[in-house]
Design a protein around this ligand. Structure first.
Ligand SMILES: [Zn+2]
Length: 477
C-alpha cells in the first residue's frame, strides 16, 4: 500500500503585548531571567472574587494577526471555559475561544523552497485568543510552579489538513514567524516557548479520500524536532497500517533525547472538556471602525515582500535571506528604500559588510549601536558623490567597529574627496616626467593605464575616484 500524509497544525503564538490578557500584570517574555511569582495578582491567580477584564492591546494584536492571516475578524466573538485538570492549571479551566473565535476562515500563501520560486496555500480554520497556563518545573522530588506565565496572551492558530510533508510545515512556521515579527505581534522564538506547535498527522491510501485515525504530537521546540517527530509518526503509522492493525487516537509526547514519541493520553474530543460560555466575561465586540483602525498597522505580507525583492529588485536568495531573517535588518532596509535610496545600493551595504560582521561577531542587528540615522547619512554621502566606493568601504568598516558618524570618520581619516583640478595637476606631472607613457596611450597601448591610475591613487592617499581619473586621462589623449 502507498500512503499519503495529511497534516494539520495547532500553533500557539505568544503575543508581545505589555500586559497579560485579563489583568495589568506585566507580560514578561524572558521568563528565565525573571524571579518566579513576581508578576502576579488575584486575577491571574484566578481568585474567585477577582474578575477578568480583557485588555485592548492583546485584543488588537490578535486582530492584527487575524488580518495578516487573511481571516475574517468577527464583530462579536466570545470566550469559553475549557475545563480540565492539569498540574499547571490549578483552577481547573482555561479561558479560550471555541464557539465564536475572533478570527475565522483565513488563508496563508508562502514559499516552500529555498529559491523562493514554489509556493503553497494553507487554509486557516481559526485564530483564537486564549490564556497561557502556569509554568511547572519538575525536580527530582517536587514540582515547582511559576505563576508569571499564568494568563499571558496566546493566539492559537488552527489550520485545515492542507500539509503533506514536514518541509511544508517548517516553511509555513518560518513564514508565520516573519508575520509575527514584522508586524510586532510577537517574537515567535521557539527556544523561549513563544511559538509552540502541536502536529496532527493521519495517513490515507493513495488516491483515496478517507483518512485513517489521527494522532497529535506535542512538545517540539525546534524545527529539527518537528521534522523528526513527523518522520517518526508517519513511519510508525504506516507500519501499523501495513500490518492491517488499527491506529489509536491519542496524544503523543515527543522526547528530544531518545528521538521517539510516546503516548501521553488517549485523545479527548471537545466534548470531554465540557466547554461552556465563560460566565465572567462579556462578549468581545470589535466594530468595523475598530478593525480598520487596527488594519492601518498591518504591513506588507512576507510573501508579497519576498516576491518584490525577487522580481522587482532581482535579488538572489542570499540577498533575500539576509533581508528577511531579522526584522530589524528588514526595517532598516525598507526605511532606507522609502527615503529614496536605490534598493540594490542599500542591500549591498546590509548584506555585505553589515550582515557579514554580525555573523562573524555573533551579534544581532538589534543589539548594535549602529543607528538608522547614521546609516541614512552614510548612504547620502555616497549618493551626493562625497564618498567614492573604495572610500565608502573603509568608512563602513570604521562605522561598524567604532559606531562613529560617517562624517566624523571622513574628517579623521582625511577621506575628503579629491577634486578634478588636483587630479589634473598630478596627471600633468606624471605625463611630463614620463612622456612615452602618454605616447603609448595615444596609440591605444593601454598597458600603462593602470600604472597611471595607481600613481594618482597613491598621490591622493586613496581618496580619488578611479572612474574620474580614467575620464580625465581620456582628455589628454
Ligand atoms: Zn495579574
Amino acid at each position: 500500500m502507498i500512503f499519503e500524509t495529511v497534516i494539520w497544525l495547532e500553533v500557539h503564538l505568544k503575543l508581545n503585548s505589555p500586559n497579560k490578557l485579563f489583568c495589568r500584570c506585566k507580560n514578561e517574555q524572558e521568563f528565565d531571567d525573571l524571579t518566579a511569582n513576581t508578576h502576579t495578582c488575584p486575577t491571574c491567580m484566578w481568585q474567585p472574587w477577582a474578575l477578568p477584564v480583557l485588555n485592548k492591546e492583546p485584543l488588537d494584536k490578535a486582530i492584527l494577526l487575524g488580518l495578516a492571516l487573511w481571516c475574517e475578524v468577527q464583530n462579536i466573538s466570545q470566550f469559553d471555559r475549557k475545563s480540565y485538570f492539569y498540574p499547571d492549571l490549578p483552577m481547573g479551566y482555561q479561558i479560550t475561544q471555541l464557539v465564536k473565535p475572533t478570527n475565522i476562515d483565513g488563508e496563508v500563501h508562502f514559499f516552500v523552497d529555498k529559491e523562493f520560486s514554489e509556493s503553497r496555500n494553507v487554509r486557516i480554520r481559526d485564530a483564537h485568543i486564549e490564556t497561557d497556563t502556569w509554568k511547572s518545573t519538575h525536580t527530582d522530588w517536587s514540582v515547582l510552579l511559576d505563576f508569571n506565565r499564568a494568563g499571558t496572551p496566546l493566539v492559537e492558530i488552527v489550520t485545515h489538513p492542507d500539509f503533506t510533508s514536514w518541509d511544508e510545515v517548517i516553511f509555513f512556521l518560518k513564514h508565520l514567524q516573519r508575520i509575527a515579527r514584522f508586524n510586532d505581534i510577537g517574537d515567535a522564538d521557539m527556544d523561549k516557548g513563544q511559538l509552540r506547535v502541536d502536529v496532527n498527522i493521519s495517513l490515507r491510501q493513495q488516491w483515496t479520500e478517507i483518512l485513517w485515525v489521527r494522532t497529535e504530537t506535542k512538545n517540539m521546540n525546534s524545527f529539527s524536532a518537528i521534522q523528526k517527530a513527523i518522520e517518526y509518526e508517519v513511519d510508525r503509522q504506516s507500519k501499523i497500517l501495513q500490518e492491517w492493525w488499527t491506529i489509536d487516537q491519542e496524544t503523543r509526547w515527543w522526547d528530544d533525547i531518545s528521538w521517539t514519541s510516546f503516548v501521553m493520553r488517549s485523545k479527548e474530543d471537545a466534548m470531554d472538556y465540557r466547554y461552556f460560555l465563560e460566565p465572567d466575561m462579556p462578549l468581545v465586540e470589535a466594530t468595523n471602525e475598530h478593525i480598520s483602525e487596527v488594519k492601518q498597522q498591518l504591513i506588507e505580507g512576507p510573501f508579497v515582500r519576498i516576491s518584490r525583492y525577487k522580481n522587482e529588485y532581482n535579488f538572489n536568495k542570499e540577498y533575500i535571506n539576509a533581508l528577511i531573517n531579522d526584522v530589524h535588518v528588514n526595517n532598516s532596509f525598507e526605511d532606507a528604500v522609502s527615503h529614496g535610496y536605490s534598493p540594490s545600493e542599500v542591500a549591498k551595504w546590509i548584506v555585505w559588510p553589515i550582515q557579514r560582521w554580525l555573523n562573524e561577531s555573533l551579534r544581532w542587528f538589534e543589539n548594535t549601536k549602529f543607528t538608522q540615522v547614521q546609516f541614512l547619512d552614510f548612504l547620502w554621502l555616497i549618493k551626493d558623490g562625497s564618498l567614492a566606493n573604495a572610500q565608502a568601504k573603509i568608512v563602513m568598516w570604521e562605522m561598524i567597529e567604532t559606531w562613529k558618524d560617517a562624517n566624523l570618520i571622513i574628517e579623521e581619516k582625511w577621506l575628503t574627496w579629491v577634486g578634478e583640478d588636483e587630479v589634473h595637476t598630478w596627471l600633468e606631472e606624471i605625463f611630463n616626467a614620463k612622456p612615452d607613457i602618454l605616447e603609448d596611450l595615444k596609440e591605444w597601448n593601454m598597458k600603462p593605464m593602470w600604472f597611471v591610475i595607481g600613481q594618482v591613487m597613491q598621490k591622493s592617499g586613496w581618496s580619488a575616484d578611479p572612474a574620474m581619473v580614467n575620464s580625465l586621462i581620456q582628455k589628454f589623449l
